[in-house]
Design a protein around this ligand. Structure first.
Ligand code: URP
Ligand code: ZN
Ligand code: ZN
Length: 467
């Protein structure tokens, strides 16, 4: 067992802020105090740096097969990139096929994830729910897959009707699990898609136009109403607009256990990305789409005021050009038809950068708030706290030294994600991780990867109720 002493840093949790030393024994935090005079195998000087809990990205899609393409990061490249940006845990989505069982999906995803360099949990995407599969949901909760994602969009692959959604919600309410909703009205979106294609409107700028914000707000309202009726806590993923966010805020004001996440792409990017109609817009084709700039400030405010609780990435990268690192055609599949562009954007590496710059540097957030939305809230909501999401005696030693003097320029030329563009290309961040520890091991130091393929562990998660 290796011991490490992180000395003299400003230790920040969601609630505390003090200059302290952190002593790590093996993979756990053993002691926190001032001027600890303990022998350690390694002493790390953290003077003038923030010492924060490793980030938790509770929404990623590594190696996700969306039909025509597979997302370009696998669990090794994607988790390496995550760690470089200060994220030491991801929760990915095992995705049930229309004809398969949930356990078959879990087995497939756990096999893919064996190469992860950081710890990972799994949610379950439910794509088909005959009554005969309901007991699987109970079993999965006992096995540590305590959250289920359901879709009101993507009619061909994933959308469920309201009755099936309600059935899944009821069961999840009974077994103590948590429901996550992809809330967009798939049928109305389908109407717009058909209309645009019939009119010969095939360029990427028709992607956002086919998914107006009312399709998201309506579905968000409906999902929350169904969850309230079913008696289950609900978490709306990838909230892109103020209108969907306001549905969550109103529900919470009524005392409904509704929660929401937004993503870096909705906080830092705007609709102009698509506006010229060029194929460059394909870089930003994700669902829900990136909205008008006027949505950004309400989303930042919602995070500051706890109307939204977490920032996750929905990391689902696809390359713009065929052949990058030997990968097949991906975004280019939609050159002639925007509906064939694989949906998703990269972000797992830059989530902490974007929230730090936009929240702490530009909007004066406390570091506590930064830690809350990037680490502690996801840990609590998804049954990982206090093992993850804080710096406390007994917690995993997932620790990031965040150096506020270490400027970082985001670029595809230097990022670790396996994708040939970065949506935040050229953005300067006034601070970045200088050292990243995952369960006590240094896995990044000054942009150098020191970890090992396969050293991440699968995390069985607790239930929402436990929290
Ligand atoms: O465009 C997106 N969001 N792709 C990933 C799958 C999903 O809906 O979360
Ligand atoms: Zn989704
Ligand atoms: Zn997603």
């Amino acid at each position: 067992m290796t011991t490490t002493l992180v000395k003299g840093g400003r230790v920040i949790t969601a609630t505390d802020d003090s200059i302290a030393d952190v002593f790590i024994d093996g993979d756990k935090i053993k002691l926190i105090g001032t001027n600890l005079s303990l022998q350690a195998d390694r002493v790390i000087d953290a003077t003038n740096q923030y010492v924060i809990p490793g980030g938790i990205d509770c929404h990623t899609h590594m190696e996700l097969d969306v039909g025509a393409a597979v997302s370009s990061d696998d669990f090794e490249t994607g988790t390496m990139a995550a760690a470089h940006g200060g994220t030491t845990t991801i929760i990915d989505f095992a995705t049930q096929s229309r004809t398969g069982t949930m356990h078959a999906a879990l087995d497939t995803w756990l096999a893919k994830a064996e190469k992860a360099v950081i710890d990972y949990g799994m949610h379950m995407i439910v794509a088909n729910l005959p009554d005969s599969l309901l007991p699987e949901m109970d079993a999965l909760v006992r096995e540590g897959v305590t959250s289920f994602k359901l879709f009101t969009a993507y009619p061909d692959r994933l959308m469920l009707d309201d009755g099936t959604i309600f059935k899944a919600m009821r069961r999840t309410g009974e077994n103590g699990g948590f429901v996550m909703m992809h809330a967009e009205n798939g049928s109305v979106i389908d109407y717009f898609i058909r209309k645009f294609l019939a009119e010969g409107k095939t360029t990427p700028n028709y992607h956002p136009l086919s998914r107006p914000h009312a399709t998201e707000a309506e579905a968000t309202h409906r999902c929350i109403a169904l969850a309230e009726l079913a008696g289950v806590p609900v978490y709306i993923v990838h909230v892109s607009s103020r209108y969907a966010m306001e549905e969550i805020r109103m529900a919470r004001a009524r005392g409904v256990p509704a929660f929401g996440e937004t993503c870096p792409q909705y906080l830092a990017l705007a609709y102009e990305m698509y506006a010229d109609g060029s194929f460059d817009g394909a870089k930003f084709v994700c669902s829900p789409p990136i909205r008008e700039r006027a949505n950004q400030e309400p989303l930042w405010n919602a995070l500051a005021q706890d109307d939204l609780q977490a920032v996750a990435t929905d990391h689902c990268p696809f390359c713009m050009r065929e052949g990058y690192k030997g990968l097949p055609k991906q975004k280019e599949l939609g050159k002639e038809n925007f509906t064939k562009i694989p949906n998703g954007v990269p972000g797992v590496e830059n989530r902490m950068h974007i929230v730090y710059q936009g929240g702490v540097v530009q909007r004066g957030w406390s570091m506590n708030r930064f830690v809350q939305v990037t680490s502690t809230a996801p840990a609590k909501l998804f049954g990982l706290f206090p093992r993850k999401g804080t710096i406390a005696v007994g917690s995993d030693a997932d620790i990031v030294l965040w150096n506020p003097q270490r400027k970082y320029t985001i670029s595809a030329a230097t990022h670790f994600m396996r994708v040939d563009y970065n949506p935040y290309e050229g953005t300067i961040i006034d601070g970045s991780p200088s050292l990243v520890l995952a369960r006590g091991r240094v896995i990044f130091e000054e942009d150098k990867f020191l970890g090992k393929r396969g050293q991440g562990e699968y995390l069985k998660r607790g239930t929402y109720g436990m929290v």
